[in-house]
Structures are given as C-alpha cells and as structure tokens.
Design a protein around this ligand. Structure first.
Ligand code: ZN
Length: 479
C-alpha cells in the first residue's frame, strides 16, 4: 500500500509518491521526463520534450476561462541526491523510501526531493483534474536546476503563450519571491615571472573565517580570507622584501573564502614575525564579524623559485585593488543587495595567478559593469579576463498583478499578509523573465526544511494550504 495514501490533497500526494519511485537526481532525469511525456500522451495533452529532458505540458482553459490570459506554472524535476553514511541505496537506480513523521514527509536515509518534486506533483494534479477552474495552463518541468539552472537556460519558450508565471520552487510558505540576481563568473589570469632569491621560506595561513554563500549571505559583512591575506602580503613585500612562491585560497566561486595560504621567501625572518604579530592584532581589532579567524606563521622549505618583484607587486595589487563585496543595495527592498561580487578562488600556477570572481546583480548591465572593471584592471597589469555562464537577473517589478493576486488570496485564506521578498542569488525565473520580456513572475511553495540533506522534510499541512492557494489563484483568473 502506498505510504502517502489518504493524505489530502489526494492527487498531489499520489503523484508525489509516484515520482519518488523514479530516480531523478540532477543529470539523471530521462526516466522521469519520459514518464511525464507518457502522462501527457495518455490524457491527450499537448507536450513538448527537448533533448535535455525539459518538458512542457499544456492544458486548455476550463469552461468560462477561454478569454483569460494563459498562465505558466513551473518547477524543476531534478533533485539533489544525498544520503546518510550507512545508507546503501543506489539513488541513480532505486526509488526513495518515503515515510511520514507527524506532519512531515521524509525519505529514509536520503534526500526527499520535496525540492522540487512537490512542484511536479502540483502540476500533475492540476493537469489531471478536470474539476478545477483555470485559464490555459502551461506547465513547465525543467531539469538540472540544482547543478546550474541548465534546463531553464536551454528551454525553448516558443510553445508558451502565458504572460503570468508562477514558479513553485520556494521553500517557505507565506513568502512570495519576486526578484533574483543574475550573474557571471569572471576569471582573471595574471602572468607571472619567477627568479631565484635568497632568504628563508615561510608559510602563512589564515583560517576560521565566517564564509557563507556569496549571494544570500554577503550582507553579513564578513571578511574574505583571500583578500585579508593579500593585505598581509602587501605589508610583507613592502617591509620585509618578501617574494611570493604561491598564494592560494577558497573552494568555489560562489562561496566566500574561509581560509587562504601563502608561501614566500624573505631575507628578514625577524621582520616577518613582527609584521605578522602586528597585523594579527590589527585584524583582531577590526574583524568583529569573523572573531574565530586564526593566523599561523611557520618556517618551511620551499623548493620553488619565487615570483620576481614586479610580478609579486602586480599579483597583490590586483588582489587588494579589485572591487569586492556589495556594490549597490536595492531601492525599494530593505537589506537586499542589488549588485555584488566576491573573489571566491585564488590559485597560483607555475606561470600565472588565477582569480575567480562571482559577480551578481538583479540588473544585468551592472553585472556587465563589474566584469568590465575587473577586465580593465587586469589588462592594465598585463593579464586577461575570461567570463563563464552569464545568466540573467529578474529585476523587482513594482507593478505585478500576479503578485497582488497571490497576496490577496493568501490573505483571504489565512488572515495573514504574505511576505514579499527578492533574493540575491540565481533562480530559474531569471531565465524565463529574460526570455519573455514583460513576464509577470512570482515564486511560492510549501515549507520544505533541510533541503539538499538527508534530513529534508516536506510539511503535509503546508503543502495542503499551498495547494489551496494555487487552486484559488487559478480560479480567480476568470476574465
Ligand atoms: Zn529547488
């Protein structure tokens, strides 16, 4: 017997459990995509499936809604696969073990994929229910959101006639998301020359910084460990004639670095120790948001030949002189960065230093502005800037009839005001807003907790309320 049998709304949970039986981790969506195509075919619904496995299924308006503008509903079909250490399930080929604990649905030992399987279940329940009232609904099931929004980026929106777009990938009931940042990765390459140099070799390591997501958490004002190290290395070059052998830090472009490390040679070991002690004190005084940081200086035996003096100066000039952090805040939404960048990764190779920046903005031209600033500085130093994967932002729109409708229905149903937010990170809505000028977008969803972890839970009551909200929003689209 189905585990979720009897839960209401029945079709939603029936479809949710059905898709949990089909493996659908990011990059492994063919089976689910084909299953969705078969669903459409069985019901005689218009269906478009692309090579990536994105699917669009269209259902015409119910009686009396023929004159209403079509509405697009969207969610992603892929999920993050993760499991506890002793779980033996092969998530690439086996379904999930769905279970219930009080108001929560979870999967034993693994992620549940409530993010964003609940959206898939909602769309199927809508497409499968002829008793609902709605305009023409265009349901969009994208792939590979979790690994880089690839489905939304590639999908052809030609079959879509809707001017309103309801994304179901939010994880907090009662919050409507109405804007997101676009972005681009900037990769600066600075050539360096090396020459032999006499002195003692040292390693200095900074660690224990707060870090965090370079979009949603940059508002905290935390230090960037790589840039702090750059500041220290400037002093060591300037006052202790240090020559850098290697300077590295960070793990990913979208994570604020928590540690960084430099190896260098200096003829004056006493001076090196004195400068490190002095700056440890200065940093301890300054870094109120990163009280846990540590600085460790140790002597080492460096085999490598260090940068020559000019290369070292250029490497540090770019490190401490390039823009970093929040560039501009959003007008109209308190506390929301509009434009920012974060140096996420620094790597030293034999003949170059590579700096990787994550640039974000809700305003595409401001992303471009920051990329151009990085380019103009690195070119002046003799280097080059590469760009990767620009993706569009979704700018907050002060006028949004769909947002007003969602808020009105939510208030009528719960007595509470819906919270309206925008986020400083990428969402699939950005791609659709970019491809379909004038699109009126809102993102909502039921409570899903601990997403992307084996502790993930989906609230049954929240899913029910969110379903009732969606159904009523569609019904009030009567022309
Ligand atoms: Zn998601």
């Amino acid at each position: 017997m189905a585990v979720l049998e009897g839960l209401k709304p029945e079709k939603v949970f029936q479809y949710f459990e059905a898709i949990c039986q089909i493996p659908h981790g990011s990059g492994n969506t063919k089976e689910l995509s084909d299953w969705l195509a078969a669903f459409a075919q069985e019901r005689g619904l218009e269906c478009h499936q692309d090579e990536l496995n994105d699917i669009i299924i269209i259902k015409e308006a119910s009686a009396g809604y023929e004159a209403a503008d079509p509405v697009i509903i969207q969610g992603h079909m892929d999920m993050v696969c993760d499991k506890v250490a002793d779980c033996e399930k092969d998530m690439a080929s086996e379904g999930l073990d769905v279970a219930i604990d009080g108001d929560n649905i979870y999967a034993v030992g693994t992620t549940l994929g409530g993010d964003d399987g609940i959206a898939v279940a909602f769309m199927l329940a809508i497409l499968d229910d002829d008793s609902l009232q709605h305009p023409r609904v265009e349901c969009v099931f994208t792939v590979d959101e979790e690994t880089g929004l690839y489905g939304a980026e590639a999908i052809d929106v030609a079959p879509l006639k809707g001017t309103r777009f309801l994304n179901l990938d939010s994880e907090d009931e009662g919050i409507a998301t109405v804007g997101c940042a676009g972005g681009v990765t900037g990769i600066a390459h600075l050539p360096v020359s090396r020459e032999s140099y006499d002195g003692k070799a040292f390693t200095v390591e900074l660690s224990g910084f707060l870090g965090g997501h370079s979009g949603t958490e940059i508002i905290k004002g935390q230090e960037n460990a790589i840039r702090v190290l750059g500041r220290l290395m400037f002093e060591l070059q300037d006052k202790a004639a240090a020559r850098i052998v290697a300077i590295d830090g960070g793990v990913a472009d979208n994570v604020i670095p928590v540690s960084a490390k430099a190896t260098f040679i200096s003829p004056d070991g006493e001076k090196v120790k004195a400068i490190c002690d002095e700056y440890r004190g200065i940093f301890e005084h300054e870094f109120k948001v990163d009280p846990g940081f540590t600085m460790t200086l140790s002597e080492t035996t460096a085999e490598a030949v260090p940068f020559d003096a000019v290369s070292g100066q250029k490497a540090i000039a770019y490190l401490i002189g390039s823009p970093n952090g929040i560039e501009k805040m959003t007008v109209g939404i308190d506390g929301l960065p509009q434009t920012s960048l974060s140096l996420g990764v620094l790597r030293t190779q034999e003949s170059e230093v590579v700096y990787t920046f994550c640039i974000r903005s809700a305003v595409d031209s401001e992303c471009e502005m920051l990329a151009r600033r990085l380019q103009c500085q690195i070119e002046a130093l003799g280097g080059t800037l590469d760009r990767e994967g620009p993706y569009p932002g979704w700018e907050y729109n002060p006028v949004s009839p769909l947002r007003d409708l969602v808020c009105e229905v939510y208030k009528d149903q719960t007595g509470k005001d819906m919270v309206v937010e925008a986020i400083h990170a990428g969402l699939e809505c950005g791609f659709f807003a970019g491809k379909m000028p004038g699109l009126d977008c809102v993102s909502i969803g039921p409570d899903v907790r601990d997403v992307h972890t084996p502790n993930e839970t989906l609230s049954i009551s929240s899913a029910r309320r969110t379903w009732e909200l969606v159904v009523e929003v569609l019904a009030r689209m009567k022309p």
